[in-house]
Design a protein around this ligand. Sequence first.
Ligand code: ATP
Ligand code: MG
Length: 415
Amino acid sequence: MERIRTLLRLISELTSTSARSKVAGDLARHCGADDLVIFVLDPVVDVFIPAFGFPRTLPDAIEWQRFVSETSRRGQHEATLPYPVSGQEHRSVGFSSRPDSVLVFVGGAPDPELTACVLDILPTLRVTFQAEQSVLSANATTSLARNATQQLRAQALSLDQARRSAHEEVIERHKAEEALSRKALELERSNKDLQHFSATVSHDLQEPLRMVSSYLALIERRYAQKLDDKAREYIGHATSGAHRMSQLIRSLLDYAQVGTDDRSFVMVPLETVVIEAMDNLSQRISETGAHIHFDDLPSVHGDHVLLVQLFQNLVSNGIKFMRPGVVPEVRVTAVDDGGHWKIAVSDNGIGISVADRERIFGVFQRLHTRDAYEGCGIGLATCKRIIERHGGEVWVESAVGSGSTFFFTLAKSPA
Ligand SMILES: Nc1ncnc2c1ncn2[C@@H]1O[C@H](COP(=O)(O)OP(=O)(O)OP(=O)(O)O)[C@@H](O)[C@H]1O
Ligand SMILES: [Mg+2]
C-alpha cells in the first residue's frame, strides 16, 4: 500500500513541469527500472516525441521511433536500444494502453503491478503533456512567424534599397551617356569647324601670299640694276617671311586634316612607311650625312598617309636637332608589347630637358629660336594627333645632351 502511495505522489509530482526529469528517475527506480520516458503522439507532425521535461531520446532516431510506434501498436514491446542519457545500449520495455502515448522503462526490470498503475494514469498524463506541447508548439509557431516576418521585412528593405541604388545607377549612367554623346557631338562639330577653317585659311591665305612672293621676285628681277644692297636685303627678308608663312599654313592644314573622315585603316607594313618618309627627307639626309637605321619592323593597323607623316616628322626632328659636329643617327625599332607594338624613334641629338617633355607636344611649342633651328612647332602636335587617331599614346624619354627617344604605341590588328 505504501508503495502505491509513493507511486501516486511521484506521479502527481510528474504533472508539474519543474524537476520533471528528476521525478521521472525517482519514479523509474521506484518501479525497479533505471529511467523512464513518456512519449506522446504530436498531433501536428504525427510522430512520437518525449513529453516535455523527460530525458530526450533523439527525436529523429529512427530506431526509437520504430520502437515506440511498435509499442503503441502492440501494447507492449521490448528492445535493446542506445539511450542518449548514458550513451550506452539498454534493454527498454515499452507499454501502451492507447495508440497516442507510450510509457518506456529503460534498464532494470519494472514491477508489473506498479507498471499497471502508471499505465492506468497514462491517459490523464497524456492530456497534460499534450496540452503543454500545444502551448509550446503555439509559442514556437509564433516565434517562427515573428522571425519569418522580420526576415521578410529585412529582405523587403534590402530589396528596396537595391532597387533604389539600381535606379540611381541607371540615372547616373544615362547622364554619363548623355554627357558623352554631347561631348562626341561637340568634338565632331569642332573637328568639322577646324577642317573648314583650315581649308578656307589655306586657300584664302596661300593665294595673296603667292602674289606677294611673285611680285617680290618680279621686283628683284626687273629692278635688279636700280636696287642697292639694303633694298635687296629687305626683299630677301620679305621673301623668306612669305616662304615661312606658306610652310606654316601647310603645317596647320596637315594638323587639321588628321581628323578628317576619309581615312582608310588597313594593315600597313611599317618598313615601307619609313622608306617613304626617308625618301621625302632625302635632301636633308644627304645634306647632313645622317644615318637612319631600322630593321624587322612589323605591320600595324593604320592609315598609310598619316603614318608616313608621323615618321617623317619624328625622323626629321631627329636629324634637325643634332649636336654641332655630330653626324645624326636615327634608329627606328619596334617591340611586341602585348596587345600592341611599342615603337621607338631615337636619335643622338641635343636632347630635351625633363621640364619640357610634355609641352613640346603642344601646337607652336618650340624650345629654340628659329635662328638656331628652323620650324613652326606643329610637327610633334601633329604626331600626337595622328597617334591618338590610331588609339595609341606617345611619350618621350630624354636628357639634355644625350639624345632623345620618342615612344608610341600602335595597334597590331583591328580592335
Ligand atoms: N628629337 C628632338 N631632339 C631635341 N628636341 C626636339 C626633338 N624633337 C622635338 N624637339 C623640340 O620640340 C619642339 C617641338 O617639336 P616640333 O616637331 O613640334 O616642332 P619643330 O620641329 O620645331 O617644327 P615643325 O616640326 O613644325 O617644323 C622643337 O622645336 C624642339 O625644341
Ligand atoms: Mg618638327
